[in-house]
Write a protein that binds this ligand. Structure first.
Ligand code: COA
Length: 233
């Protein structure tokens, strides 16, 4: 496929990670092209989604991931497949063998992100902000003491922004680690300077102090977003 028909664009890049933004607006032509690239297992998964938007998110992100991985790995779409770690984190295989590439995907509403990193241990997260939820109530279950205190001190739009900023930062970390929500997000806190608005910090999980991660707030007016990747120990 030529770049001109692409529904993804380069979005952020530093020396360690490259992040693409994926356009997930309804577009039947794109969706048909994306679906055609999925393998049998992926089509079966696509079929199990009952909500149309979830099907679209999955097909457009997975097909964009496929095209970009084929380019990076020098393989054909047919040669590429995915395996899944214990908690569902996907990894790429070429002709059945693990490829060693490091990527992560997130989607929410009409936006998706695909990240690629040089090293193992990348997580990306994107959250479209929905106003008017019980932010303090949800926060009391998923946030730690400092995070809850900051949230309780905010009001209105500021509270919603803080809630989603913290959420995307924590989920990027959980996805970098690969544990999913088997690790409760209340068991660790975003570094204090980032709670207060800094865009970047080094983070260590309390149970893994020897494994530092770079944590980046990538939020912008359209959505909250974050990425986390493992640094050299
Ligand atoms: C991973 C998880 C945090 C993603 O949350 P989400 O807000 O629904 O979704 P996002 O859009 O940010 O990310 C979804 C993508 O993350 C990736 N992903 C799935 N599991 C992952 C994991 N464990 N770690 C990192 N990435 C994961 C997939 O690429 C997925 O996209 P796809 O389904 O289109 O391929 C969540 O699904 C989860 O916790 N899964 C694990 C379940 C689990 O641990 N079960 C065990 C008992 S608790």
């Amino acid at each position: 496929m030529t770049a001109s028909g692409a529904w993804w664009t380069p979005w952020r890049e530093d020396g360690s990670a490259v992040i693409l933004h994926v356009d997930l607006r309804p577009d039947p032509g794109r969706e048909a092209r994306a679906f055609a690239l999925l393998d049998e297992d992926e089509r079966a998964r696509w079929n199990r989604f009952v909500v149309k938007g979830a099907r679209r998110q999955y097909a457009l992100c997975r097909a964009a991931l496929r095209i970009n991985l084929c380019h990076r790995l020098g393989c054909s779409n047919r040669e590429l497949s995915f395996g899944y770690l214990e908690h569902g984190k996907p990894f790429a295989k070429v002709n059945g063998a693990p490829s060693g590439s490091n990527f992560n995907v997130s989607h929410s509403g009409r936006h998706g992100l695909i990240g690629f990193a040089k090293r193992d241990g990348l997580g990306v997260d994107l959250e479209v902000r929905t106003p008017g939820r019980d932010f303090d109530g949800i926060g009391s279950r998923v946030y730690g003491p400092r995070e809850r205190l900051a949230l309780s001190g905010a009001a209105g739009r500021e509270k919603a922004d803080l809630f989603y900023r913290l959420w995307s930062l924590k989920e990027a970390l959980i996805k970098a680690l690969g544990t999913g929500f088997s690790l409760s997000p209340s068991r660790f806190e975003v570094p204090r300077p980032m709670i207060e608005g800094e865009r970047s910090a080094v983070f260590r999980f309390p149970h893994l102090p020897s494994e530092p991660f770079r944590l980046e707030d990538l939020g912008e007016p359209r959505f909250a977003a974050a990425c986390a990747y493992r640094l050299m120990g």
